[in-house]
Design a protein around this ligand. Structure first.
Ligand SMILES: [Zn+2]
Length: 284
């Protein structure tokens, strides 16, 4: 018998701004999850957060379960989902960190100097000092006490390649960044074609017909029992953003339209960055 428990790190202040952002308001990084899938003895963790402090809290939380952590699986190559790995592995040295082979080079790139400098600028002095890159997963399942966790390729989410983890025994999907629950979606690295492909990624999750969906970004206490609702809301966000970019003349227009339609979502800073990215400086 498997169980799932979710560790959520709340919104974190970041040292950043964006065009149009009111500097009197502190910009934040979205609330993020790390998910423990565990059996009687063993456990696997999906994603590992970013700051040293939250990774230490995560480690304590895992330790308190008394389970043997065998595996940390990284859903996609964005550093906010795996820079905490070194802290987790220091605490559980027998665990291995893995990702699908095509995700590994992307994770490696995030550990290069320019990317690390970017992340350090957002979280000055708060990142772990040592960095670990996940290694390619052998085969296509992760075993927890004889039960299967299945990584599933979905292609594009807020980056490509992206994956989710299907837990068939529990009809559950640990969804990485494919669906966002109650938080503005990171569209800064997407254009219209990519957002179309992101809709196909949501098809893949939908086809798994999960009863529980854990989003990589969701606020503490988020409802995980309405995957269809979360998927539909993510679809709407993508298509509304497309329509806003098509209809708008500027990032400010997109921010206004999206705030009116989706202003209940957390982390408005994300929307400012996403909207700004659609109007590169100097483009007409
Ligand atoms: Zn993310």
């Amino acid at each position: 018998m498997l169980s799932i428990d979710v560790f959520t790190s709340d919104y974190k202040p970041i040292a950043a701004t964006a065009p149009g952002w009111d500097a009197r308001q502190r910009a934040t990084w979205p609330a993020s999850t790390a998910t423990l899938v565990h059996g009687r003895r063993e456990a696997a963790l999906v994603d590992a957060l970013i700051t040293a402090e939250e990774a230490r809290d995560l480690t304590e939380w895992i330790r308190a379960t008394g389970k043997i952590l065998t595996t940390v699986y990284v859903t996609h190559g964005h550093a906010d989902h795996f820079l905490g790995l070194s802290v987790v592995l220091d605490a559980f040295p027998d665990a291995v960190a893995v990702a699908l082979p095509e995700v590994v080079p992307h994770a490696e790139e995030q550990l290069s100097a320019p990317y690390l400098a970017y992340w350090e600028s957002l979280f000055p002095g708060r990142l772990p000092h040592r960095h670990v890159c996940p290694r390619p997963l052998d085969g296509d399942v992760i075993d927890v006490d004889g039960h299967e966790l299945r990584p599933v390729r979905v292609g594009q989410s807020d980056t490509d390649p992206s994956t989710v983890v299907h837990v068939p025994d529990l009809d559950a999907v640990v969804g990485g960044d494919v669906a966002y629950n109650g938080i503005h979606m990171w569209l800064a690295q997407t254009d219209r074609t990519a957002r179309d492909r992101w809709q196909r990624a949501l098809d893949v999750v939908e086809d798994l017909r999960p009863h529980r969906l854990v989003a990589g970004h969701q606020p503490p206490g988020a409802d995980e029992t309405d995957p269809a609702g979360v998927i539909a809301a993510s679809r709407r966000y993508l298509s509304d953003f497309d329509a806003a970019v098509r209809a708008g003349d500027s990032a400010a227009d997109v921010i206004r339209t999206m705030t009116a339609a989706h202003g209940e979502r957390g982390n408005p800073y994300t929307l400012y960055v996403s909207a700004t990215s659609q109007y590169p400086a100097g483009a007409s």
